[in-house]
Design a protein around this ligand. Structure first.
Ligand code: DP6
Length: 393
């Protein structure tokens, strides 16, 4: 079977609603409005996207982003967000005119006497954002400000190597990088676990991108108990991304998730199945059983999409070529290659395989899916700070 994937020009990242767009591609920005003052703290971090094998779909607590179920993912190489954060002491109007010395850090914004009160700035891949994306980032930075005692606006600048054509509408790398850079810039010394808890507040899946390789997000029941940690394995897994469409999604994943939880009669069954799936997936990993891991992952993703399709009104992300790609994966598997599908909140298909077979699987898919962009990704590393804050050792 052959299927064509051309005629779908734009990235679903680029064409998603604004709020989702920011989450998807990461952040770049500038803070403090015009001019800006003394830099109180600055740091940069790089994080990679992750693809869930056992999905996170549904929140028990919307504000704290506590999921209904635990999930399991693979952090990927190549799909990267690099973010720098500077907390900048605002310049009071009078001062900017007279050149007077500034007051101690953070006092101005709290007093509300500034021309630029707590006003963060955000630039993503060279484009300055305001509105929903900036508000989402600012809300996240407020958590960091509250914990650190820094009450100054931030300048956030983000670059992505996530190819727009990849169709990876994941906010994971974006908020993992933002969390690490902002925490470091604010002088917070967080353990990896606490960093994953912080990243979770920006976007649930971001907590998993704090770690490399296979990662489990323990659902927990509150802010303290909901965190990610790595799953030890020597399996060499790979994910092949089949870009079906970079076109606009009908609905952001956040809204789709909410609608599914509140309206799909299938949702409770999926959550029960998902707990079992996770257990079996971890067991398959401990036995290095790729076939079993692939079967469970595929079933879990299809079940998640069943809950979306049965939501009221339905959420249908699939395009005709998504189905063609799912069939192509089945055919490749029937030919003896290890390949299992998974899909997220979008039409693109990702394929679980291992590093040894990844290029062959990609080649076999390429023959069947004419015009689709097909990319191989191996396991990637966790988030890392790439520049240090003043005073760090
Ligand atoms: C389908 O992490 O983007 O990719 O917490 O609302 O920001 P928010 O959602 P997000 O959802 C990801 C959903 C998924 C499955 C997964 O990554 O586990």
């Amino acid at each position: 079977m052959q299927a064509r994937c051309d005629g779908y020009a734009d990235s679903d990242i680029a064409r998603e609603p604004r709020e989702r767009t920011v989450g998807s591609v990461g952040f770049v920005g500038s803070a403090g409005g015009k001019g800006g003052g003394r830099v109180l703290g600055a740091a940069s971090a790089t994080a990679h996207a992750n693809i869930a094998l056992i999905k996170y779909w549904g929140k028990a607590d919307e504000r704290l982003i506590i999921p209904r179920t635990s999930s399991l993912s693979l952090t990927l190489d190549g799909l990267e967000t690099h973010t720098s954060v500077e907390f900048v002491e605002p310049v009071p109007e009078s001062e900017s005119e007279t050149g007077l010395e500034s007051e101690p850090a953070g006092t101005h914004a709290l007093q509300g006497t500034m021309r630029d009160t707590l006003r963060d700035t955000l630039t993503i891949d060279g484009r300055v954002y305001s509105g929903g994306p900036l508000a989402r980032v600012s809300r996240f930075l407020d958590i960091v400000r509250e914990r650190s005692g820094i009450h100054a606006p931030a300048r956030v600048i983000s670059r992505n190597t996530v190819p727009f054509g990849a169709g990876l509408a994941s906010s994971a790398s974006a908020f993992a990088a933002l969390a690490a850079a902002a925490a470091r810039a604010a002088g917070l010394d967080l353990s990896d676990r606490d960093l994953s808890r912080l990243a979770r507040r920006g976007s649930g899946s971001a907590c998993r991108s704090v770690f490399g390789g296979l990662v489990q997000w323990h659902a927990g029941h509150d802010d303290l108990t909901s965190y990610a940690d790595p799953v030890a394995t020597d399996m060499k897994l790979a994910i092949i991304v089949i870009t079906i469409s970079a076109g606009e999604k009908p609905l952001s994943s956040r809204l789709a998730m909410r609608r599914t939880v509140t309206t799909s009669p299938l949702y409770p069954a999926w959550t029960r199945a998902s707990e079992r799936d996770l257990h079996e997936a971890l067991d398959a990993i401990s036995r290095r059983d790729l076939r079993r891991l692939g079967e469970i992952s595929e079933a879990n993703a299809m079940g998640m999409h069943a809950t979306m399709i049965s939501a009221r009104p339905p959420v249908i992300y699939w395009l005709p070529q998504s189905i063609a790609a799912l069939h192509a994966v089945e055919e490749v598997r029937a030919d003896g290659l290890p390949a299992w599908s998974t899909m997220d909140a979008g039409p693109n298909v990702k394929v679980l395989t291992d590093s040894e077979h990844a290029e062959r699987v990609a080649g076999a898919l390429h023959e069947r899916l004419v015009g689709c962009e097909i990319q191989v990704h191996h396991a990637g590393t966790g988030v890392r700070c790439t520049t240090r804050n003043k005073g760090d050792r």
